[in-house]
Write a protein that binds this ligand. Structure first.
Ligand SMILES: C[S@@+](CC[C@H](N)C(=O)[O-])C[C@H]1O[C@@H](n2cnc3c(N)ncnc32)[C@H](O)[C@@H]1O
Length: 300
């Protein structure tokens, strides 16, 4: 039977991440945000915060770590009150992972993604049987581990050996070593092209590509040039009973509407529905939120 075009939501949605035991957006303003990552309070640049902070300056000044940027991209340097631990344990639900101060101004995972983790957890648990989930550009693996903990068989793909090593450490920390997770260090496009040729299929796909990236053999990834082809190949990889495809992007000059337009093009004969919008971090006191990235997601 021919399926209808997916129904595309006529309005954007907002996926909100609020703090949990190990993470909080404590305050924001003057182009920076003050967050808590487990035991550490951290100040990082956030040019979108055009407002004034709410908490007194003394609280900001007490931060354990401050990232001083040297350019508008990711470069810069951490300044610490006291030498922090190399890694420390963090948790979201049953999933455990290590926080660490990386050279790229983040802490080895992206807290705003928690709203997506909750959504993925629900999708995997609602699937009849064991879904096969593909996580492309999977980094340190929190989304992969959330899906594995919920019962999925997961294929995690990332170009960085180091990121895969950290993801595996996180799997061990989470007590998920015995789960069916395949860790693949490969260029995302190459992997997907090969899977299409082999005829392999997935019941859920997570796609969170950076603006620029490199595969392990120097393959160049450029979001605006390569995403349409990759999204098309991912559409081919969806099984007949597939449940979801979640696309997230941080790049400037993209929007939830653009991502929804792409999915609606590539999934034209899949039926189902496409929602799209913005992923936001809600400040602890509930008074503000910071738009962090855009998403579009197809569900059957
Ligand atoms: C922004 S992170 C993705 C965040 C991740 N999805 C998460 O929620 O933690 C980008 C990741 O893409 C990986 N990457 C960059 N270029 C790649 C490529 N061509 N193929 C596969 N992975 C790539 C990087 O190694 C990095 O781990």
């Amino acid at each position: 039977m021919t399926k209808l075009h997916p129904a595309v939501a006529d309005k954007p949605g907002v996926m909100r991440t609020t703090g949990w035991g190990d993470y909080a957006l404590m305050d924001s303003g003057n182009g920076r945000k003050l967050e808590r990552y487990g035991p550490y309070s951290v100040v990082r640049p956030e040019p979108q915060c055009l407002w004034a902070p709410k908490l007194p300056a003394e609280i900001w000044e007490k931060a354990d770590a401050v990232f001083d940027p040297t350019d508008e991209e990711d470069a810069g340097r951490w300044r610490f009150k006291a030498q922090p631990r190399d890694t420390w344990p963090m948790a979201w639900g049953d999933v455990r992972y290590k926080g660490r101060f990386t050279a790229f101004r983040h802490l080895a995972f992206f807290p705003e993604q928690a709203a997506n983790w909750a959504w993925l957890d629900g999708k995997v648990r609602a699937f009849k049987g064991q879904p096969r989930v593909l996580n492309l550009f999977g980094y340190t693996g929190v989304a992969s581990l959330v899906c594995a903990a919920a019962g999925a068989a997961v294929t995690h793909v990332d170009a960085s050996k180091k990121a895969i090593g950290w993801a595996r450490e996180n799997a061990t920390l989470s007590g998920l070593d015995d789960r069916p997770i395949r860790w693949i260090c490969e260029d995302a496009r190459r992997y997907v092209q090969r899977e299409v040729r082999r005829g392999n299929r997935y019941d859920g796909i997570i796609l969170d590509p950076p603006k620029y990236g490199r595969g392990p053999d120097g393959e160049i990834w450029k979001l605006f040039e390569n995403l349409p082809e990759l999204a098309g190949l991912c559409a081919e990889l969806l099984s007949d009973t597939a449940s979801f495809l979640l696309l997230n992007a941080y790049a400037e000059r993209i929007s939830g509407a653009a991502l929804a337009g792409l999915l609606s093009d590539k999934l034209a004969d899949r039926g189902g529905a496409i929602e799209w919008g913005e992923l936001a971090l809600t400040q602890d006191d509930g008074t503000r939120e910071i738009g962090m990235s855009f998403y579009a997601r197809w569900t059957s």
